[in-house]
Design a protein around this ligand. Structure first.
Ligand SMILES: CC(=O)N[C@H]1[C@@H](OP(=O)(O)OP(=O)(O)OC[C@H]2O[C@@H](n3ccc(=O)[nH]c3=O)[C@H](O)[C@@H]2O)O[C@H](CO)[C@H](O)[C@@H]1O
Ligand SMILES: [Mn+2]
Length: 341
């Protein structure tokens, strides 16, 4: 058949087809870029709380809830405890939003030993079915263990220098995370967690932790008077808080929020600690002190109870019904480059 059509006709036909495809492509391009626009960096917000029809869950009550703990702050933000949310409802709402979650983890020096336990337990309990990338900052790539990850979950390894003092590592987290967000993470994530590596997940940590900026009550000080919080008390430090101020004492071992809000706070801790260094002072609990000052004057939009970071050192009180993450017992002398506390 083809042979009976003159060659020049075929060529003209092919030419027309190419031009037509070209026009289609050009015409199509704006709609491709408009799809990308909705995923623009820093744009992800919790937004509308939509849920599909047919989800079965217990009816929420106007009267029955936790009475043994406070579940709302005095700036009207949720204070999250077991029993203040229904995981079925939370998941039905938030899985539709499908944010790209980044977790910043440091494992420098001997702390690489904690990676396996942390990551394996996170795969069982942390934002199951969500898209999660663990960013592992380490001075020893070779010690990052192979871990079986769920679908949509990744590990990205970032090299950082070794340190002679543990204080250098904990503060350095703010510097290296600032740089990595600028260079890489901002293009890959909508939501960010900063976490200590020396812990293990025991129960669900899910989308109930999502908000613009969420912080966790430090288990060790949740019953203290504000004057006894271990805030930085020396006015010379940028992290200074006077004795008669304060809401809660938050841990720096778990905090999370929208990518850009977290970036602002991580960078704040970094630049404030640099200022301190210029003035020959280091805040009493390093980045945790700067974090606490920031959160006193820029209230978190959600407070997570100490369920979100307990410790194997401490007995569990009755009002902590679920331990979600627990810090491991560790030999500070042995694991840190310059020994103890
Ligand atoms: C529960 C809690 O409130 N934890 C905080 C507390 O101490 P912690 O005693 O929990 O501090 P830590 O020894 O776990 O150090 C914090 C984190 O830094 C990393 N790391 C540290 C040292 C090192 O040599 N290599 C390394 O990778 C690692 O991810 C570790 O989990 O105080 C620290 C600052 O003083 C941080 O504010 C921690 O978040
Ligand atoms: Mn720790």
């Amino acid at each position: 058949m083809l042979r009976s059509i003159p060659r020049n006709r075929i060529l003209v036909g092919l030419g027309c087809l190419l031009v037509f495809c070209g026009i289609l492509y050009i015409h199509h391009e704006p709609s491709i870029s408009s799809i990308c626009l909705c995923q623009d960096n820093g744009d992800w917000k919790i937004g509308e709380l939509k849920m599909q029809t047919g989800v079965k869950y217990a009816q929420p009550s106007r009267k029955i809830g936790r009475t043994d703990v406070n579940s709302v702050t005095n700036w009207n933000a949720p204070l999250v405890w077991e029993g203040t949310f229904d995981p079925v409802v939370i998941d039905a709402i938030y899985k539709r939003m499908d944010p790209r979650v980044a977790v910043v983890l440091f494992a420098v020096g001997k702390y690489t030993r904690f990676l396996k336990g942390f990551l394996e337990s996170a795969e069982k309990h942390f934002l199951v079915d969500f898209r999660v990338t663990y960013y592992i900052f380490t001075d020893n790539k070779g010690d990052v263990p192979p871990i079986e990850l769920g679908e949509g979950r990744n590990i990205s390894v970032i090299t950082v220098p070794s340190a002679k003092r543990w204080q250098e590592v904990v503060l350095g987290r703010m510097k290296w995370a600032t740089i990595a967000i600028d260079k890489q993470i901002r293009n890959e994530a909508d939501y960010l967690y900063m976490m200590d590596i020396d812990s293990v997940f025991h129960n669900r940590v899910g989308a109930e932790s999502f908000s613009q900026l969420s912080a966790v009550l430090h288990r060790g000080y949740m019953n203290n008077k504000r004057a006894d919080f271990p805030y930085e008390r020396r006015p010379k430090s940028k992290a200074f808080i006077p004795a008669d101020e304060g809401d809660y004492y938050y841990t720096a071992a778990v905090w999370c929020g929208y990518l850009e809000d977290m970036y602002k706070l991580v960078k704040y801790c970094y630049t404030q600690s640099e200022e301190d260094a210029k003035n020959n002072i280091e805040a009493v609990w390093q980045e945790e002190s700067h974090l606490n000052r920031y959160l006193l004057y820029n209230k978190p939009t959600k407070v997570l109870s100490a369920e979100y970071l307990w410790s194997d050192y401490d007995p569990i009180p009755a009002d902590v019904r679920v331990v979600r993450i627990s810090q491991l017992i560790k030999n500070y002398e042995e694991v840190r480059p310059n020994g103890g506390h």
